[in-house]
Design a protein around this ligand. Sequence first.
Ligand SMILES: Cc1ncc(COP(=O)(O)O)c(C=O)c1O
Length: 384
Amino acid sequence: MHFDFDTVPARLGTDSQKWQKYAGRDILPLWVADMDFKSSPAIIAALHDRVAHGIFGYARPVKSTVDAVVDALQRNYAWKIDPAWIVWLPGLVCGLNITAQAFAQAGEEVLTLTPVYPPFMSAPKNSARLSTQAAFVLRDGHWQIDWDALARAVTPRTKLFYLCNPHNPLARVWRREELIRLGEFCAQHHLVLCSDEIHCDLILDPTLHHLPAASLLPEISVRTVTLMAPSKTYNVPGLGTSFAIISDPALRAQFIRASAGVVAEVTALGFTACEAAYRDSEAWRQALLTYLRGNRDFLLDYLAREIPGIRVEAPIEATYLAWLNLEALHLADPVAHFETHGVGLSEGAYFGAPKGHYVRLNFGCPRATLAEALHRMKTAVAAR
Ligand SMILES: Cc1ncc(COP(=O)(O)O)c(C=O)c1O
């Protein structure tokens, strides 16, 4: 079956956050992480059927929805979970906030590795917890965990560790030995491990596999909250359907207690999309991965040939996000400069990088949009 990723959808003037940001200006938005592709035909058809039913009361997942999640984890990752381990959530940023409240007290610390998706640093602060950080290092052409820096960053007040697996914005897939070492680190320091795996179904390097941290060893599973969602892969983040997987009953009870009364329920349409995503959209996902690999290669090739001042320092192993080093351009405010020339990117400083050194580019869009954006970026660099 052929799936169309080339047609540029009309998102201007819609409810899209990504496109509204630049309403009335000719700026191609390559910032927030949703894709300019329609969801899979199976999801759209399932939503049509559900809408035709016409009643949208408070929802609970039916067995087939839970089965779709459980089966996908078994099929894709050989991870056998008990359906009772699933805690449904309306979003994963919400999950990051809940873990901070559940597993650290006010004034205690939540440790993470930077650069990283900004809510990893802001979620603890929302409830008077502290965010502490250790920086990744670039070694042998890969972003690596600096184990010494991590050991220095942990204190007796550290209670929780946030892992982004695969990593946003570094597009890194963590290897088995790294995950096991992180699990040991968390055990040694009595930390709960919160593993955000929202990008796990978007592995671009065909030689690599996503490994759910909790699936590796029982010792890791008992201290881990895994966060997952169909939202990134199937482009349904606006439907707000996500879940935590927590095998340890005490940890799960603590998480549920922290959510009580403040976390909204998942909607009927969200459950419908989730089931169709995990059960009926595998051919679409594979076609998407092929298209994204093409976009990644197009991007890397274009930058190397046409804009050598912008460097991608490590392989893009997963996600549709590229972390671009543009220090060599000496721009005081790269995001503003590229906006002036018609491209909207994310400022690296929000992810914990030095201001002006990095931007993040979202290549989850039709190739024609990417090509036009890169052409505008080349013009912007020439005009600086
Ligand atoms: C690592 C990571 N976690 C969570 C989210 C957002 O999750 P949600 O929209 O479900 O709150 C994103 C979105 O880009 C992300 O990259």
